[in-house]
Design a binder for this molecule. Structure first.
Ligand code: HEC
Length: 132
């Protein structure tokens, strides 16, 4: 979740933020390719998140119908972002980014425990990463 979804989302949010005047807009083909990679990841991760992994709550979470709804939303927004990349529509990333945040937060409000179940934070460190 954090290692994938959170990290895939950062470069996508950055385009919307830059379009609002904070940060650097994608300019080169490489910049856009980087945005496109992360949008593809968001599409795929929305599906991957529906498959339970090794987390203690995974089976419970992934079997809830609303988990599927939130996951499908992040895939759908990833698809929209792919189209925005085609058009190099940076302004479109503002609204799409807002909808993405709403989907992240909607799912968190419903499912995310106060304390991460697997001790995974935004930037895992050797000390906090789950032991193999
Ligand atoms: C389908 C549900 C769902 C969606 C959608 C979702 N998350 Fe999460 N997220 C969770 C759950 C559940 C946890 C807690 C995992 C745990 O404790 O094992 C979590 C944990 C996190 C954490 C760990 C830090 C913390 O506060 O515990 C971050 C960061 C995070 N999510 C970012 C995001 C971002 C960014 C998005 C959207 C791009 C997103 N998530 C979308 C369910 C979701």
């Amino acid at each position: 979740m954090v290692g994938a979804v959170d990290h895939a989302s950062d470069p996508l949010f950055e385009v919307g933020n830059a379009a609002m005047g904070s940060g650097k807009l994608p300019a080169s083909d490489d910049d856009w390719l980087n945005v496109q990679y992360h949008a593809y990841q968001m599409v795929a991760l929305g599906t991957a998140m529906q498959v339970p992994g090794t987390g203690p709550k995974d089976v419970e979470w992934t079997s809830a119908p609303t988990w599927k709804t939130w996951s499908e939303q992040i895939s759908g927004i990833g698809m929209e972002m792919l189209q925005l990349v085609e058009k190099k529509d940076t302004a479109g990333f503002v609204g799409a980014g807002d909808r993405l945040v709403a989907a992240c937060e909607g799912c968190h409000k419903e499912f995310k425990p106060e304390i991460p179940t697997m001790n995974i934070l935004h930037r895992p460190t050797a000390a906090t990463a789950p032991k193999p």
